[in-house]
Design a protein around this ligand. Structure first.
Ligand code: EPU
Length: 309
């Protein structure tokens, strides 16, 4: 069905047909989206949601595409990107920062630093947007950098303004939000704005901590290669201790294991690199193989952190 003409009647923002999605993901893999839409503002977004519901069209909101594998055949529906100014505002109010769902984490960190607000340094080097990071509760294991803790963006949230898929806007307070390791109850919403609690901190201290995080990542991860960050969630041990999926995959001898153009990173085994024009199929085959080997070796079922659409 070609619904694009009708969509144009109700949407002010940019609409593109058959937009290649590989350029919108850090993996640089995947076919086109049938329709790509950048809503102008929240009213536009509401109209898109009404339209997809009425016409039973599949859709998803793309953030920075840093945790995403798009299939080779592409996505037969509407991909929504919150790239307009409306969704990319950022401002401070005392020790809080209010940021739009489309704001990149790097912009948030830079803004916080310039306003001498500390607390989000641990997000340094994560290539995501506020909306994607909140929905997935992005975070980092900080034992190797500071002490033995796991910190996630959910820890910072005071409230979020969301829109549900029926177009209803609401504010969710911290107590209504459920954040767990790499998950939240925000997946059924689109995040419009988030209010984050930070604390005053000297700029030099913030800068030093950011440098520590970035150098740890540079030392242990392939930040410059085409990848989608950690592919699997860290599994829990029988005594509820968070293990490292990377450690387990490494211990199975799978670093540099290749399927077509996809290869397990030689730096961090929970990263898959798009080395030679990998197809999504190469990545999914490699994922299946890694899961099987880790299951056979350690009796651990690895679960995907990577989203596949
Ligand atoms: N390790 C290995 N071999 C490897 C990878 C790791 O032996 O190939 C060992 C390390 O030496 C270390 C331990 O495993 O002793 C933990 O490694 P690391 O500090 O890299 O932490 P991780 O648990 O593997 C988690 C997050 C990363 C985040 C780092 C920051 C998950 C799935 N991963 O990795 O997040 O950057 O902590 O330290 O929670 C992401 O989610 O995309 C991601 C990259």
């Amino acid at each position: 069905m070609n619904y694009c003409k009708d969509l144009r009647k109700v949407v002010k923002g940019k609409i593109v047909l058959d937009e290649p999605l590989k350029g919108h993901t850090t993996f640089r893999i995947g076919g086109p989206a049938k329709v790509w839409v950048e809503p102008y503002d929240v009213e536009d977004l509401k109209n898109i949601l009404k339209f997809v519901k009425k016409n039973k069209i599949s859709f998803f909101v793309i953030g920075e595409g840093s945790n995403l594998l798009v299939k080779d055949e592409g996505f037969n529906g509407i991909v929504i990107k919150l790239s307009s100014d409306y969704f990319n505002k950022i401002k401070s109010n005392n020790t809080c920062i209010i940021a739009g769902g489309g704001v990149k984490l790097s912009k948030l960190i830079d803004f916080a630093k310039r306003h001498s607000l500390g607390g989000c340094e641990f997000l340094s080097g994560i290539p995501g947007s506020i909306g994607g990071a909140l929905a997935m509760n992005a975070g980092t294991r900080i034992n190797s950098v500071i002490n033995n803790q796991y910190q996630s963006i959910g820890d910072l949230v005071k409230e979020v303004e969301v829109i549900d898929f029926n177009g209803n806007r609401k504010i969710l307070k911290a107590r209504q939000l459920k954040f767990a390791y790499r998950s939240s109850n925000l997946l059924k919403y689109i995040i419009l704005f988030a209010k984050l609690n930070l604390k005053p901190r000297a700029r030099a201290e913030i800068e030093n901590e950011i440098t520590d995080y970035l150098s740890y990542r540079k030392r242990t991860q392939d930040s410059n290669w085409r990848n989608a960050g950690c592919v699997f969630k860290n599994p829990l041990s029988p005594s509820d201790k968070l293990l490292s999926a990377g450690y387990l995959i490494d211990a199975c001898g799978l670093k540099k294991h290749r399927m077509g153009g996809a290869v397990v990173s030689s730096k961090h085994a929970n990263f898959i690199i798009n080395d030679k024009n990998a197809k999504a199929r190469d990545v999914t085959n490699l994922i299946k193989y890694i899961k099987k080997v880790v299951k056979d070796e350690f009796d651990v079922e690895l679960a995907l952190e990577l989203k596949i659409v």
